[in-house]
Ligand binder design. Sequence first.
Ligand code: KG4
Length: 338
Amino acid sequence: MKILAFESSCDDTCVAVVEDGRRVLSSCVSSQTDTHALYGGVVPEIASRMHTEAISRLCRNALDDAGLTLADVDAVAVTYAPGLIGALLVGLSFAKSLAATLGVPLIPVHHVRAHVAAAYLAFPELEPPFVALACSGGTTAFIHVEDYTKFRFLGGTKDDAAGEAFDKVGRCLGLTYPAGAAMDRLAAGGNDRAYEFPRPSFADAPLDCSFSGLKTAVINTVHNLQQKGLEPSVPDLCASFCRTVSDMLVPRLLKAAELTGCTTVCVGGGVAANSVLRRDLERACAAAGLRLCIPPLKYCGDNAAMVGALGYYEYLAGHTAGPDLNAYATMSLSTENE
Ligand code: KG4
């Protein structure tokens, strides 16, 4: 089954064709990063306008790259929540009209659940149950994936997402938005023990975490040094920050595996591209006898192939929608109560 998939929840317009939830026939991304970098963050109105300008061309490119025409499309999948409402509506409106015109099913897909499903694209034999960490610019969550379309939120950040902390700290260090990838590169040349930052934990909720205090601690460190006329070492700060984020995420993911009895762990979202996190996870999972599935970098950040992957399983579960499907800025990660 060939699914034409759309993703427009933030600042990347993405269209892909995925066969049977696993085989990527094409995956096109039009990034707006350079435009939003001028403002230090995503400007929702500009994002919506740029999605509108790009989506038709990108849809054609995705079909061309796959060597297909619209007549070959069996279903249309689209991210409908959570995200920037105006941005979501562009992809949703386009997908709805396309599905109606072609007379094929329309499949609504949850953005964060799709980040988890990205692992199916790289690990053909991967099947639920497993535990997952979804960590991106908007989310940091530990999830029990009980079945392909059954997700249970186990714990996560109480305030900022890990990616948000990367971007805000990066801004304080004079780096362009989004700063995560640049901080990752700079960290390679720094000392990860140069600065000690807080690693908050919650006794009654072992999987919950917090990044807001960490962000403030780094910013205060920079300001204190500057007030003394000292220049902070950006590579050391980046390395110490990456180390702290990894130290907060890795043990919690292992704990999630222990609590659920899962032997496979997956990681998805933009922060899953982080080299320190990836290296630490490989070591920790090998030591704990867990199987680790992290998608390649192209499927960590926003993309539509992951929407096509989850869309296939949503379709098999009978989760299709009519033309009254709406977009939602927020939506629970858990499917328990649906
Ligand atoms: O998944 P994504 O592309 O979009 C959302 O759904 O949010 O994630 C974007 C986030 C940004 O905060 C960006 O700074 C972060 O992922 N990011 C990274 C790296 N590459 C992207 N964070 C740490 N290390 C990286 N290598």
